[in-house]
Design a protein around this ligand. Sequence first.
Ligand code: BES
Ligand code: MN
Ligand code: ZN
Length: 539
Amino acid sequence: MTTTSKPRAAKAKKSTKATKTTALAIDVRSAEIMDIETPALVVNLFRGVKKPGGATGAVDKALGGIITQLIKDGEIKGSAGETTLIHTLGKIKPSRVLVAGLGPQDKFDVQVVRRVSAEVVRFLRRKGISSAATIAHGVPIGIEDGLDPQESGQAIAEGAHLGLYKFGNYLTKNGDSTTEFELLTVVELDKARAKAIDAGVKLGCTVAQAAITARDMVNEPANHMTPTRMAEAAQKVASEQGLAIEIMENAQMKKMGMGAFMGVAQGTDEPAKLIVLRYDGDPGNPENNLGLIGKGITFDTGGISLKPPGGMEAMKGDMAGGASVIAAMEIIGQTKPKINVLAVIAATENMPGASAQRPGDVVRAMNGKTIEVINTDAEGRLVLADALCYAREQGITRLVDVATLTGAMVTTLGKACTGVMGNDDQLVQQTIDAGKKTGEKFWELPMFDEYKELIKSDVADMKNSGGRQAGSISAALLLAEFVDGAAWVHLDIAGTSTSDKASGYLVKGATGVPVRTLAQLATDLAASGAPKKSKTKAK
Ligand code: BES
Ligand code: MN
Ligand code: ZN
């Protein structure tokens, strides 16, 4: 089997086993690693190991101890993400061996597998190598505390797809690399374990594809990704996954009393959309439900409270919350958890048009509460207020909203983790725990009553800007006014929705955070059943 030519990749695509997402196909084979004809065989090494064992040890032996020698010479350390390429000169069937560092053994987990998998395929692509075979990291034979084979397969697939991702929609010629990495074969001798790995690979491809759906939407410039185009993207997900969808137009939203959302939408000529997707996974039990609410500002100029020009182009990504909610529904439609999920995305531009709202305007949200618009740039909380009301009106009792809500969040937590706030300890914890499984990090911020002072208004029930103090918390406190007693969690992804650089499975630009966690949360909530009366934090 030669794996470098284009037709070969096309053939792999047709094989029943291969699972394909974008340019990459991943298949799983039950075979002896040294019998595989491949341009590169990927083995691994923990940091500090002097004499490799398992598959790496077997390869080392067949190559006359070259890996041991490289370790001895300090050229291989086994640090996480380290890649060392060795030519085998015909000693074994694979023409090269790539030793991938896994880092320290006590820090090893599925997240390391995702990162290493991504670094490995990106390294091979840079070298112009278009296919490889790999062992399933973390599942060596006979190691009791190793990874579950399915989890390893899933992490390998997620890391590879997400790490290879490129947004090239507007590049008229392919810039940096001429070769695409096209085929990854995961090799495991044991048939039962290979089958489990294969199930994991399939799930990983589904999950990664959805995260890529979100990344594509976020990376798309705002003259293309308008609210109308967001609605079309949701329509596509709905028809592919068999979900119910409803798109509401301005006139209807006005009639429903969505004055907060419509106040933002009046500054632009682009029609706003309220996108509603519905997955009925437990139709007999309407109380077993989850609402996913997304901020879909397709461009945030700040409105009349105009933003400074420097870096404003990043505000094309102000719909990342909405995109991640749509993309999470893509996974949920396929994994089919036993829970009813309603997705509500409030999509509009925030523009300073001639009929834009002014600072000082007072708007009335769907639940009747009034908001003084101190700053038209605090628009996310306004559109979310009505989206939350709508979800409550639809009978949703567990809410998770996702938004690039505040610059203050980037100042507070940077890009390492998403800020979590909420009114329900259990749902907050379930979200954080779902993130531990997906490798997406979350950190809770407090919602003490003392902060409520910040959004008190003289003329309305509240004001939309609390000034310089605790900016992310005051924004969340406004949202809390619209959840009407439901268990609710707010995720501020202002920092985590984009990355400044390629690192692990992230690439520069949109990250797809928190798509995988939202889907994981739906799965976890489905497994734990309808919510019991949980202790809600004192108001
Ligand atoms: N979309 C922004 C928040 C943002 C900033 C996201 C940077 C990603 C990166 C949001 O609509 C906004 O402008 N918030 C204001 C609120 C303020 C006026 C109270 C902010 O954070 O400055
Ligand atoms: Mn804004
Ligand atoms: Zn915004």
